[in-house]
Write a protein of this length. Structure first.
Length: 208
């Protein structure tokens, strides 16, 4: 039986709409990630179809960051390549086709791994988290999950929340509880490396 691919099933027009809708949110998430990362240079991996907005913002603020965006869909990557080119950041951000598990990258490759919308394609066995830990350098960290970010003005959240909810449901959003996440950590063998952050959503930090 062919395994269901949640990214391949996404409607590209809906994906573009939700990313445009979130364009004013991404700077706040970028700030939260950079505050946690505490570095302004290094190799960054952003995973998934909701990539681009955060990476663009981070690359603009920190020229020492070099970003690779990975996703299994060629169609999504073509769209993201256009967005990166429009932002004038093709020298700082590149794309690479990859399954989420296994990732195509070698061990100890990245200083930071990020993903907003990771719950759309998170597997219950914890394979993705294991892969994230594998590609992290020693001393590296991951910041993945979902939410608006901790410092987003309430008025801005209210402005986009209804449309965002509809689009995300159409794209196949999965709701994940804290308890379910903790169980995934156990299966992945990451209980000692991971921490749940509930400021501005439901996020996970993984440190190596």
């Amino acid at each position: 039986m062919m395994k269901f691919d949640p990214v391949a099933a996404m409607n590209l027009d809906d994906l573009k709409r939700v990313n445009r809708l979130w364009s004013r949110i991404y700077p706040y998430i970028a700030s939260q990630i950079l505050d946690a990362f505490q570095k302004d240079s290094g190799q960054v991996l952003e995973l998934g179809p909701f990539s681009g907005g955060i990476s663009v913002e981070m690359a603009r603020r920190c020229p020492g960051l070099h970003v690779t965006i990975a996703d299994p869909s060629s169609q999504v990557l073509d769209y993201l390549d256009e967005e990166i080119k429009s932002a004038g950041l093709s020298e700082k951000i590149n794309t690479r086709k990859s399954a989420f598990s296994p990732l195509v990258f070698t061990d100890l490759r990245f200083d930071l791994v990020i993903s907003r919308g990771v719950y759309f394609f998170l597997d219950e066995e914890g394979n993705l988290f294991r892969e994230i830990l594998r590609v992290l350098k020693k001393g590296g960290m991951a910041f993945v999950g979902g939410g608006f970010g901790k410092d987003v003005p309430a008025a801005l959240m209210d402005e986009i929340s209804d449309e965002s909810r509809v689009l995300n449901d159409r794209l196949g959003r999965k709701r994940v509880s804290v308890t379910a996440l903790e169980q995934i950590f156990v299966r992945a063998g990451l209980s000692g490396n991971s921490r749940i952050v509930e400021e501005g959503g439901l996020w996970v930090t993984v440190k190596k």
